[in-house]
Design a protein around this ligand. Structure first.
Ligand SMILES: CC(C)(COP(=O)(O)OP(=O)(O)OC[C@H]1O[C@@H](n2cnc3c(N)ncnc32)[C@H](O)[C@@H]1OP(=O)(O)O)[C@@H](O)C(=O)NCCC(=O)NCCS
Length: 176
């Protein structure tokens, strides 16, 4: 695959997708997905803190794991079963709301993010979910590219949504 920049426009909103070389790791690593459990808190917290400038707090992640409407999954690598990625979602009626997804930086671009996203969407669909929603920073090109690849479309913008830098959130939806 060649590196480069691709630009698209969704509903009048310009989106930039970055295309970069995949790492060699994708050929030698494979991930399994399972439901997240409360024992995964420390692993999730570690990946969270490696992934964001303003990570979720321990209590926020704990709350997300304990929420009865939670629909959370983790990705673990096959050799040592260590958790290398997670997706935190809510199932609200026939809607799946994706709140957070992150992969250990050392294991990115090996398919874990895709597997987590596909699992949440596919398992949700089995339970009657009709649409999946998420919000993403306008500048998060990596995540935008992942979501677009998996069929999400930009349906709106929340201006100044993120309190740290007043960045816009793009609202994305995938109809199932
Ligand atoms: C977004 C994230 C979860 C993706 O996880 P990942 O395991 O690296 O994703 P995958 O390997 O499954 O990649 C799937 C697709 O996403 C896109 N993608 C992933 N990383 C990319 C990168 N660095 N540049 C461009 N596109 C990228 C590609 O379309 C890729 O498909 P391809 O490899 O066939 O080209 C990961 O980068 C991450 O944890 N980021 C920090 C946390 C974050 O921003 N979360 C999103 C909050 S809204």
């Amino acid at each position: 695959m060649c590196s480069g920049i691709r630009r698209r426009v969704y509903m009048g909103i310009r989106v930039t997708e970055m295309v970069v070389e995949k790492t060699f790791l994708e050929n030698i690593i494979s991930f399994n997905i399972r439901n997240a459990e409360s024992e995964d808190l420390d692993s999730i917290l570690e990946i969270e803190s490696l992934s964001y400038e303003h990570p979720w707090s321990r209590s926020l992640i704990q709350g997300s794991l304990d929420n009865p409407k939670a629909f959370n999954f983790v990705a673990f690598d096959r050799p040592d079963r260590k958790v290398q990625g997670f997706i935190l979602d809510l199932l609200l009626m026939d809607e799946l709301h994706i709140l957070n997804i992150a992969v250990n930086p050392l294991y990115r671009r090996c398919g874990a993010g895709s597997s987590l996203l596909e699992t949440a969407v596919n398992e949700g669909q089995k339970l009657g979910v009709k649409a999946a929603f998420l919000e993403v920073r306008r500048s998060n090109i990596t995540a935008l590219t992942l979501y677009i690849k998996h069929g999400f479309k930009v349906i709106g913008v929340r201006r100044g949504y993120y309190s740290d830098n007043r960045e816009d959130a793009l609202v994305m939806k995938k109809s199932l």
